[in-house]
Design a protein around this ligand. Structure first.
Ligand code: AMP
Ligand code: GLY
Length: 430
């Protein structure tokens, strides 16, 4: 198969690498890759999606895989469908499950999918009446895409009033002209990524990401500072998750969701049971990095079954144990990350510690790799000694602006995991 992967982050690097490992792959094309993984394929450039679809037709591309959300809501899948090229991406109408929080809430309500109680507000004159229906903390969500910054948890009524006013007055332009006001939920969060072929929903193992910048889940929200999979669940939680997957599959069937792509459910395990916080219509970043490393099956074969509407025949095989991912960002992230810091020794840390590195905000300058954005790279590893290997690798990473969380994973890192104090124990199996 000739495959085109669209997107520039560590998630797309992981997708490209996994697809590259498939015996079904004849040729890999990339659109907008960063300089850290551009050499995995031939880079295609176009002015718009129609232009890209035309080039893809010329190159006889058999499949488009899209990473980020922006092109989805702007209709990349629709253009490729028009050109007759199969896609792993929802059409514009179904991308709305991510592109509009109110669309997603209405979908959940129609299909009895458990979620936080909510109200939708568009007019500042209704602020008082709407907030009267909630206690604090209360959650405010800009309806449209706001680069991951549109969710705000207000701890006081005054804060909620002020923020809601700012949102409706255009804090996120059109994206916050409508706001979902939502009940605050408490519990552990899970990310459930699933493939959908129009008939069958195929769930991946549950993953967890760490959205806060600082250890102990403190500080501002980020795109994600780390992740791991699978998340250990108690039997009751596992049963709830299975029930939810069936419910979502039925909902998508009932609503005739005729796309092939990913449905990512942001879930929370509350005292009253599992509830949905959000939908994304794409692979999560950074969840995809450990998920694809943990997957033993041929991802391209699974995609092939999906576009043939044969996902019911697919079986996902996973490694044992867990896989972890820690993100190294540039100092100042998320507000004002430092750019230009050189990243000197990635090959060495990979060799010394057996880790896999996926690049995100990087650029080549005079042949040298430098930071070019907030999240710079993801360091991943599987197995019982994975955390130790990752953190040894990160300590050795020669990138002066690096910041990273040291508490990614269920079990906090302990010296006992590794017999040696320095470097990797060498027993990781990589
Ligand atoms: P979202 O983009 O809707 O997933 O929101 C981003 C993050 O905000 C979630 O991962 C949660 O940590 C938090 N969040 C969203 N909705 C709620 C809620 N109703 N109650 C508590 N936290 C929430
Ligand atoms: N990790 C959350 C997301 O991809 O939106």
């Amino acid at each position: 198969m000739k495959v085109l992967v669209y997107g520039s982050g560590a998630r797309e690097h992981a997708l490209a690498l996994k697809i590259k490992q498939s015996p079904l792959l004849e040729k890999l094309y990339l659109c907008k890759p960063n300089d850290g993984f551009a050499e995995l394929g031939e880079v295609l450039e176009a002015d718009d999606f129609a232009g890209l679809a035309e080039i893809a037709l010329e190159k006889q591309v058999d499949l488009l895989v899209v990473g980020p959300e922006d092109p989805l809501v702007k209709g990349i899948a629709d253009e490729f469908k028009k050109a007759g090229i199969p896609v792993i991406a929802p059409t514009k109408d179904w991308a709305m499950l991510e592109g509009s929080k109110s669309f997603a809430k209405n979908f959940m309500q129609r299909n009895n999918i458990p979620t936080a109680g909510y109200e939708i507000i568009t007019d500042a004159k209704d602020i008082y009446n709407v907030l009267e229906k909630f206690t604090v903390p209360v959650v405010l969500k800009a309806d449209g895409l706001a680069a991951g910054k549109g969710v705000y948890i207000a701890n006081t009524r005054i804060d909620a009033e002020r923020t809601l006013y700012e949102y409706l007055e255009g804090k996120f332009s059109e994206a916050s002209s409508k706001v979902v006001v939502e009940e605050f939920l408490e519990g552990d969060e899970l990310s459930l990524i699933a493939l959908w072929d129009g008939n069958t929903l195929l769930p991946f193992i549950p993953a967890r990401d760490y959205k806060k910048l600082e250890e102990g889940n403190k500080g501002p929200n980020t795109g994600g500072m780390g992740s791991y999979c699978p998340v250990s669940l108690e039997l009751k939680e596992y049963e709830e998750l299975e029930k939810y997957v069936k419910q979502l599959e039925t909902a998508l069937k009932n609503e005739k969701a005729d796309f092939v792509g990913v449905v990512y459910s942001g879930l929370i395990m509350t005292k009253e049971g599992l509830k949905v916080l959000e939908y994304n219509m794409r692979f999560g970043d950074p969840e995809t990095q450990p998920l694809l490393m943990h997957l033993n099956s041929d991802l391209l074969d699974i995609f092939r079954l999906a576009v043939n509407k044969e996902l019911h025949k697919a079986e996902l095989k996973w490694k044992s144990g867990q896989t972890f991912c820690v993100v190294a960002a540039a100092d100042g992230y998320p507000e004002n990350p430092k750019k230009g810091g050189e990243i000197k020794n990635v090959d060495e840390i990979v060799k010394n510690h057996g880790v896999t590195v996926f690049y995100a905000g990087v650029k080549k300058q005079d042949g040298k790799l430098a930071a070019n954005g907030g999240r710079v790279l993801s360091v991943c590893q599987s197995g019982p000694l994975a955390q130790k290997c990752i953190y040894d690798a990160l300590a050795e990473l020669d990138f002066c602006d690096k910041i990273y969380r040291k508490d990614i994973g269920e079990v906090s890192l302990s010296k006992e995991v590794c017999a040696k104090d320095e470097g990797c124990c060498g027993n990781c199996g990589f």
